[in-house]
Design a protein around this ligand. Structure first.
Ligand SMILES: Cc1cc2nc3c(=O)[nH]c(=O)nc-3n(C[C@H](O)[C@H](O)[C@H](O)COP(=O)(O)OP(=O)(O)OC[C@H]3O[C@@H](n4cnc5c(N)ncnc54)[C@H](O)[C@@H]3O)c2cc1C
Length: 458
């Protein structure tokens, strides 16, 4: 091993956190002797367990328990809250901005490294649809999930108090675009929560609400296979949710969702979950990318043609060595991200010790999806489950996967308490504007963010 290895991990999500966790364990002696140093750069000081976002939106899990504090689980790493904005791998430098660099006005910092792990994940793949950027919201972060929960409950309050039928209709219409598991689970959980919540309103009934899923292809939930995809469509329709297949959103300007089949829905809620694309940071590196913008990787998780550069997860095109057809890459999901991180960390250690690298090989075992409380679909190890058993499997699987014993215990406690007491139905949207009341009292102008915009406040 060389005298000192400075390892830079870009991203604190699945790949970033699991890579750093394994590296700090495997390199413990070297870290102790000052022969290795691990720096994790990430915009938030926590890792988000994204499969729990729909349950957080439904109020079944507190937002705090969906995230893992990186400083606590990575005590032997240097965690820097900031963003890498460019990488010059030829010079082994990364450009970094932090809250302090912004405040000091000194411009970005340069960070020098010996090994780099690029794991910034993906971002929502938005299209140039009129009104989308102004009115829609994504579903990738805990802030979006909780913002959406508050927004949905607030729409019930608006519908309950308005005398204008047009405002009421728009408030009670919820449009979700994209039938992958993020969109289907988010819609399934939120509709279930809203349906339950209406029992506490004297003048809003479940049948007054309109929930619409718009999907451009002819199927939803491809992750669970065609049979369970069809079952999910019929299950959602049974719940009065409109599932519009082979349909696209064409506009959501002026708060009207216009679909390619000619339908028009005045609405204050458009949730965009129509796929992801690799993080734009990757375009600001001198590393090779494939035609979809992902870093080209080898099965050992090195970046093709570069030395001392590694990648995995949503940002990487990793050859799927288990696939029958040649040229296939592993799918962008947590199942691969976690396992790739383990191999990646091990390979960095092996490379530092001059040992041969391991090949990443994992055959996708299937998926579980929740469609609301006690409802779900699962296709795992060839077995297909529906309804309560699938939902139970979904919970058991994710409880076993959520990082740290601390989080497992807290999530389990919340589920247990939720089983004993009634569901939480309160919107705490005002938490997003803690100064509003004081601003008003002090004679200042209240913040002008529109309260019916799921991206703004609510
Ligand atoms: C709602 C939802 C539900 C999902 N459910 C499932 C599921 O049930 N099963 C499943 O297998 N997969 C699921 N996924 C997909 C899974 O979460 C992703 O595939 C996985 O998170 C990818 O891991 P990653 O490390 O590549 O990216 P991420 O986990 O997204 O991590 C990327 C990290 O990089 C950070 N970052 C971004 N920009 C920068 C920058 N400039 N500098 C430094 N750091 C940066 C981000 O803040 C983040 O911490 C779901 C995703 C969503 C959105």
């Amino acid at each position: 091993m060389k005298e000192r290895a400075r390892i830079l991990v870009v991203g604190g999500g699945y790949v970033g956190m699991y890579t750093a966790l394994r590296l700090q364990r495997k390199l413990k002696p070297e870290l102790g002797r000052g022969e290795a140093e691990i720096t994790v750069v990430t915009p938030d000081p926590y890792m988000t367990y994204q499969p729990f976002l729909p349950e957080a939106a439904a109020g079944s899990i507190s937002p705090r328990h969906v995230v893992v504090p990186l400083r606590r689980v990575l005590p032997h790493c240097r965690v820097v809250v900031g963003e890498v904005t460019a990488v010059n791998h030829a010079k082994r430098t990364a450009t970094l901005t932090t809250l302090a660099t912004d405040e000091e006005g000194t411009g970005p910092e340069q960070l020098t490294y010996d090994e780099i792990v690029l794991a910034p994940g993906s971002v929502s793949r938005a299209l140039p649809i009129p009104g989308l950027a102004e009115h829609a919201i994504g579903f990738k972060t805990v802030e979006e999930a909780i913002g959406l929960r508050n927004h949905v409950i607030e729409q019930l309050d608006i519908a309950s108090s308005t005398r204008d039928p047009a405002i009421r209709d728009a408030a009670l219409t919820f449009v979700f675009v994209g039938g992958g598991y993020a969109g289907v689970e988010a819609l399934g959980e939120l509709e279930d929560m809203a349906r339950y919540t209406t029992r506490y309103y004297h003048n809003v009934k479940p049948e007054d609400m309109k929930w619409i899923l718009v999907e451009a292809s002819d199927r939803i939930l491809p992750e669970v296979g065609p049979d369970l995809g069809r079952y999910t469509v019929s299950e959602l329709r049974r719940r009065n949710i409109e599932v519009r297949l082979d349909t696209r959103l064409e506009s959501c300007a002026d708060r009207v969702a216009v679909l390619s089949d000619g339908a028009r829905f005045p609405t204050r809620t458009v949730v965009w979950t129509a796929g992801v694309k690799p993080h734009p940071l990757l375009a600001a590196t001198d590393l090779p990318r494939d035609e979809r913008g992902r870093l080209k990787c080898t099965p050992e998780l090195t970046i093709d043609g570069a030395t001392h550069a590694w990648a995995a997860g949503d940002a990487a095109a990793v050859p799927d060595v288990t696939a029958a057809e040649p040229g296939a890459n592993t799918a962008p999901n947590a199942q691969h991200a976690v396992r790739q991180a383990e191999v990646l960390a091990e390979n960095i250690v092996r490379s530092l010790h001059g040992e041969p690298l391991r090949t990443y090989s994992h055959k996708y075992v299937g998926s579980v999806a929740s469609l609301g409380l006690h409802k779900g679909v699962a296709h795992v190890y060839g077995r297909k489950l529906k309804g309560y058993p699938a939902w139970f499997m979904h919970r058991a699987y994710h409880l076993s996967r959520v990082p740290t014993f601390n989080r497992k215990a807290r999530v389990l406690a919340e589920w247990t308490l939720a089983g004993l007491f009634k569901r939480e139905i309160v919107s705490l949207g005002s938490l997003e504007h803690p100064r509003a009341e004081f601003e008003l009292a002090a004679g200042g102008k209240p913040s002008d963010e529109s309260s019916d915009d799921p991206k703004g406040s609510s």
